[in-house]
Design a protein around this ligand. Structure first.
Ligand code: SF4
Length: 367
C-alpha cells in the first residue's frame, strides 16, 4: 500500500490556533506553486499510488480550474488511475459548489471539511472565517455533489466551549451527511496568535479531557467507531490513506513541509513556499534511514494509535524477525503489567483510560 500526499500551503488567513505549515494571503503565488509542484512530481514519474490525500492549508482555495489543472498534471506523471480513495480538504468559506463538482469530476471520492465547531462564537474567537450555517451548507452541498464519504474536523477545548455547545456541534454533525469525524484537542503552539495573545475561556486539561470523553461517548452512542485516538468513523468509513500511515506503510509527500516515507527512507521538504517555488527539488530539510530498532518502536507507536486494531506482535515478528522484536516486547510487557496497555494473545491495545495520555505510553516505547 502506497499513499500520495499533496500539500496546498495556502490559506485565506491564519486561524489563531494553527501551527500547520501554510501561508495566509499569498494566493498570487498559486500559479508558480502549481508549476513547482508538478516539477517535484515529475521526479517520481511512473510511481503508482493506492490513496491520494490533498491537504493543507486550504485545498478548496484552489478553486475549480486550478484543481483540475493540478489533477491533470499529477495524473500525467503518477499512477493515479486505480486509487482506492482520494480525499481533499475543504473549508466551508471556500468550498463552492463549482469546486465540489470539479473535485468529484476529477475522481476525488472523499471530502474532509474543516468545521471545527458549529458555535459561531467559538468559531469567531478562533479566527475561523466561516459560521455554523456555512459549515452545514458545505456538508449538504458536498452530499448533493455525490460525495458519500464526508469527514468533519472538530476541535475540543476551544475558548468558550462548554459541554452543551460541544454536544450541539456533535448532534448536528451526527444528523448530517458526515460519515467520519476527526476530533482534535486544542493545544496552544508557539508562533500562533493564541500563543501571542492567550484567549480567555480556555479549558483546563481536566476539563478538556472531560469534553473529549463526552465527544467519544456521544459519537459511540450514535454509531461511530472510535478507531484511532482522534478519529471516529461509521463502520467501513475509516480514512484508508491515514490507516496506511498508522500501519507504518509508505507514502510520498509533495509540497513544502510535506513528509515522505519511501523505499525505507524518511525525508521532509523544508516548510518554505518561496524557496520551494524557486527550487522544488532542492529543499529537502530532513532525511533519515531508520535502524531496525527505531523502525520497530515507531511502527509500534503508530499502530497503537489504532484503538480497535492495535499492535499485532506476531505480524512484527514475521516481518522483522523474532530476535529484533525482543526488546520492544519487553517494553510492551512492562507497560501491560503497569495497566497502560492491554494484551489479548499477541495483540496489544491502548485501553480507554490511556487514550488522553497516550504520550506517556509512547515515551516509554521510544526511550
Ligand atoms: S487551521 Fe486550516 S484554515 Fe486555519 S490556518 Fe490552519 S491550515 Fe489554514
Amino acid at each position: 500500500m502506497q499513499g500520495l500526499y499533496v500539500h496546498i500551503p495556502f490559506c485565506v488567513r491564519k486561524c489563531y490556533y494553527c501551527d500547520f505549515y501554510s501561508e495566509g494571503g499569498k494566493l498570487h503565488l498559486l500559479d508558480d506553486y502549481l508549476k513547482a509542484l508538478l516539477t517535484e512530481a515529475e521526479q517520481y514519474r511512473g510511481l503508482t499510488f493506492d490513496t491520494l490525500y490533498i491537504g493543507g492549508g486550504t485545498p478548496s482555495i484552489l478553486g475549480a480550474a486550478a484543481l483540475e489543472q493540478m489533477m491533470r498534471g499529477l495524473s500525467g506523471c503518477l499512477g493515479l488511475s486505480d486509487l482506492e480513495e482520494a480525499t481533499i480538504e475543504a473549508n466551508p468559506d471556500t468550498a463552492s459548489s463549482e469546486f465540489l463538482r470539479a473535485a468529484a469530476a476529477s475522481g476525488i471520492s472523499r471530502l474532509s471539511i474543516g468545521v471545527q465547531s458549529l458555535n459561531d462564537d467559538e468559531l469567531t474567537r478562533s479566527g475561523r472565517l466561516h459560521n455554523a450555517t456555512q459549515a452545514l451548507k458545505a456538508i449538504d452541498m458536498a452530499s448533493g455533489c455525490g460525495f458519500d464519504d464526508i469527514s468533519a474536523d472538530i476541535i475540543v477545548g476551544l475558548p468558550g466551549q462548554t459541554t452543551k455547545s460541544l454536544e450541539n456541534t456533535l448532534c448536528s454533525l451526527s444528523h448530517s451527511a458526515v460519515t467520519h469525524i476527526s476530533a482534535y484537542c486544542l493545544s496552544i503552539e508557539q508562533g500562533t496568535e493564541f500563543a501571542r495573545h492567550p484567549p480567555s475561556g480556555l479549558t483546563t486539561d481536566e476539563e478538556q479531557a472531560e469534553l473529549f470523553e463526552l465527544a467519544a461517548r456521544y459519537l459511540k452512542e450514535n454509531g461511530f467507531v472510535h478507531y484511532e485516538i482522534s478519529n471516529f468513523a461509521l463502520p467501513g468509513r475509516e480514512c484508508r490513506h491515514n490507516l496506511n500511515y498508522w500501519r507504518g506503510g509508505e507514502y510520498l509527500g509533495l509540497g513544502p513541509g510535506a513528509a515522505s516515507h519511501l523505499r525505507g527512507r524518511r525525508f521532509k521538504n523544508a516548510p518554505d513556499l518561496q524557496k520551494y517555488i524557486v527550487g522544488p527539488l532542492a529543499d529537502e530539510c530532513e532525511s533519515e534511514t531508520l535502524d531496525v530498532e527505531s523502525k520497530l518502536a515507531e511502527e509500534a507507536m503508530l499502530r497503537l494509535r489504532l484503538l480497535e486494531e492495535g499492535l499485532d506482535i506476531a505480524e512484527l515478528e514475521e516481518r522483522y524477525g523474532r530476535n529484533n522484536v525482543g526488546r520492544l516486547l519487553a517494553r510492551l510487557t512492562k507497560l501491560t503489567d503497569a495497566g497502560m496497555l492491554v494484551r489479548e494473545g499477541k495483540r496489544y491495545r491502548l485501553p480507554p483510560a490511556m487514550v488522553m495520555v497516550s504520550n506517556r505510553v509512547f515515551t516509554e516505547i521510544i526511550n
